[in-house]
Design a protein around this ligand. Sequence first.
Ligand SMILES: Cc1cc2nc3c(=O)[nH]c(=O)nc-3n(C[C@H](O)[C@H](O)[C@H](O)COP(=O)(O)OP(=O)(O)OC[C@H]3O[C@@H](n4cnc5c(N)ncnc54)[C@H](O)[C@@H]3O)c2cc1C
Length: 333
Amino acid sequence: MLGPTLLRASRSPRMRNAVESYRLTRKLATRFVAGETTDDAIAAASALHRSGRATTIDVLGEDVTDLASARQTRDAYVELLYRLHEAAAAAPSEVSLKLTAVGQQLPRNGEDVALQHAREICTAADAVGCRVTLDMEDHTTVDSTLAIGAELRRTFPLVGNVLQANLRRTVDDLAALASSGARIRLVKGAYREPREVAFPRKIQVDEAYRDGITTLMGSRCYPMIATHDPVMLNEARARAERAGRGPTDWEVQMLYGVGRQTQEGIIASGGRVRVYIPFGTDWYGYFMRRLAERPANVAFFLRALVKGQTSPTRPPSRSDTCGPVAIGSQMYR
Ligand SMILES: Cc1cc2nc3c(=O)[nH]c(=O)nc-3n(C[C@H](O)[C@H](O)[C@H](O)COP(=O)(O)OP(=O)(O)OC[C@H]3O[C@@H](n4cnc5c(N)ncnc54)[C@H](O)[C@@H]3O)c2cc1C
């Protein structure tokens, strides 16, 4: 029950004000967010690159309702891309972009504005040798995000899209995209959705995710398997092998602050890992979705609040491990 409540709260302006204005919650958010500035993001990315991980960087922000903010987000991405280039960190990086942060839901011509801004970001990315993946947001944005992805790929063939296994429509979207050869990130889905459009039970979502892995591995696409779930990671490895894919013909993606030891195991066995690094001041919605995903995160959060703890120590449990994962012939924990 807690998950849906937190997902509802992630869209509440009142909750946002309360959580954002509290210094301690800002500190706790750093478990999942690299920091507030471009420098913070580049430092986090460089450290991950040194450890053999690739990265995808997200300028936090979503649901922008005015053109000035949409332009600001575009400018922040362009600055990030050039700064990555200066830091010689562009090649192992890509950027992840939420189209609602660059205008998709503006009341006037939102889709055109978002496409134009995304195009400008892709142009900057192309100039520095970086790729762009369009994050997927709630189900009302899916048609528009897939259409914008397809349009961008006409000029920038490596633009990626994300598909969410929890949505009933995804089986068709996957089939349609599978023949395109696009870069596809498969996720379980982080948004609270009505049951008419989404599977209500976790077991159904897991089943759909498993089917999605099979479709992707057997397709011409570049699969980006974004999950911390050891069952799904093992499934992906097995399906990749069956489809004749080598360890670098697909990649695992995980969120900053989650699954560090699992990532190390995958890299040690020759697999590819990319870490999703969010940064910026607009961290509230992202942070609440991470809490909603895992009850242990909420317990940690509440405990820290009660104690008035001021350092963002990690939860004592298995937050950094996701269970045993076999990549290659070994089992990793
Ligand atoms: C790189 C990346 C990009 C993503 N992009 C999108 C996107 O564009 N759109 C979208 O809707 N969703 C996105 N997501 C989020 C995704 O939809 C899921 O909500 C999230 O990945 C949790 O699901 P799971 O696959 O890890 O499996 P689950 O079944 O939720 O979790 C499996 C196990 O992973 C660990 N785990 C999962 N989440 C956490 C957490 N927050 N903290 C600590 N441990 C955790 C736990 O051990 C858990 O038992 C993205 C996820 C990743 C990794």
